[in-house]
Write a protein of this length. Structure first.
Length: 138
């Protein structure tokens, strides 16, 4: 009985990679994104049908933005419903600050245009000139 004492290619490179952990990570990320995307989409609690524009400008990261939504029941400033006298007082306080914010106006497509003009008049009376009109991109 003869014995063979040579190595059986113990130092040969492994030709298969174990990608099971990578696949598990990919599926985990997919599930996280599938769950978080609808939550991000529903971040704005008030559904507003915005008008459509050709191209939307990006917001500057160093500017402070205040979002005013014109709804059928009144005005909503950063999620807080306000009536007209409260809004005028708030706009006066914004005008008195040394660095006034950019006013971002969101108005439903079906809202009476006079409501938008009234808000623009209030902004003009308080010398708030940095205005952004929110629209949907095509």
């Amino acid at each position: 009985m003869a014995r063979c004492f040579h190595r059986r290619r113990a130092l040969a490179p492994l030709s298969e990679l174990n990608v099971t952990a990578l696949i598990d990570l990919g599926f985990s990320l997919l599930i996280i994104f599938m769950i978080s995307t609808p939550l991000i989409e529903n971040e704005r609690a008030l559904p507003v049908d915005l008008p459509v524009s050709e191209e939307s400008a990006s917001k500057a990261p160093d500017q402070r933005f205040v979002e005013i939504t014109i709804a059928s029941g009144g005005y909503i400033v950063d999620g807080n419903p306000l009536n007209r006298p409260q809004l005028e007082a708030l706009l006066r306080s914004y005008a008195a600050s040394p660095n006034p914010p950019v006013i971002s106006i969101r108005a439903d497509r079906g809202i009476v245009y006079q409501e938008v003009v009234t808000l623009l008049d209030m902004l003009k009376a308080n010398r708030l000139t940095k205005i952004s009109l929110e629209t949907q991109s095509r």
